[in-house]
Design a protein around this ligand. Structure first.
Ligand SMILES: [Zn+2]
Length: 259
């Protein structure tokens, strides 16, 4: 980016304390994609920054880009604080998961206004109580993959290109999902190490990329959707980024602890 002052709409992805009074932050902005910045005196200055630079905050941001690795945050004003998300450990961990997902799946310099819109939109839906069953997270994952050009092939067989129609004749049947191959392998094509996926799950994931965001909660998942979609999408995401997500591990621990 050229040197200068910039304005942006952003969601705060993460923040760490730095030195005695500063904070280093990552934002996902509508205008410039992911940026990293430093807020000098953020932990002292009540007036400019208080409560506006915590992860999850949806803000308006002024920052100075001086050509270095970190932009300098001049000031920030709150658009939405998503306070409900912060009062429930399960909702908070779901919200932090989508922040980490966006942070890991995008690079600085890539501009994706749609991803900014999705991030704010999904946080808003989750703040209002939607998504407790996990389906909303799956819809976020597939829409994010689609928006950044990593959509797995779920309408056709990734090997032979035949349409997946769920019919019971050999070629239309599903064999399974392969992260390595990048999508669904049909019943007519041999492949190893496949994860199970039913035609209903494949169809719903495909539909979820085409629906208006505010109507997603009307989609009704089949019985197999929750487990199948979580397993294949996370496997695919891990394959793309080459590591586990910290928040996913935490969510797993929460689940095992009975939350
Ligand atoms: Zn095939």
């Amino acid at each position: 980016m050229k040197r200068g002052l910039y304005k942006a709409h952003a969601v705060v992805l993460n923040s760490i304390d730095y030195g005695e009074s500063d904070r280093i932050l990552a934002f996902f902005t509508k205008e410039h994609g992911k940026i990293k910045g430093i807020a000098k005196g953020a932990r002292r200055s009540r007036k400019r920054f208080v409560g506006n630079l915590d992860p999850l905050c949806h803000i308006k941001l002024n920052y100075y880009c001086g050509g270095g690795e970190l932009a300098r945050v001049e000031d920030a004003s709150l658009i939405e604080g998503f306070h409900n998300l912060r009062t429930d450990i399960e909702r908070l961990s779901n919200a932090c998961y989508i922040l980490e997902l966006v942070s890991e799946m995008t690079r600085e310099g890539q501009v994706f206004p749609r991803v900014y819109g999705m991030l704010a939109g999904f946080l808003r839906m989750m703040d209002s109580g939607a998504g407790a069953d996990g389906c909303l997270l799956r819809f976020f994952e597939i829409r994010l993959l689609n928006a950044i050009g990593f959509m797995p092939c779920i309408d056709r067989c990734v090997v032979c290109n035949k349409p997946i129609d769920g019919a019971a004749n050999g070629a239309g049947r599903l064999n399974g999902f392969s992260s390595e191959k990048g999508g669904i392998v049909c019943g007519g094509c041999p492949a190893g190490g496949l994860l199970p996926i039913s035609p209903g799950t494949a169809r719903l994931l495909s539909t979820a990329t085409k629906f208006d965001e505010d109507k997603l909660t009307r989609l009704v998942p089949g019985a197999a959707f929750t487990d199948e979609s979580e397993r294949i999408l996370y496997d695919f995401i891990k394959f793309q980024i080459g590591k586990e997500l910290k928040t996913k591990k935490f969510m797993h621990k929460l689940k095992n602890a009975g939350f």
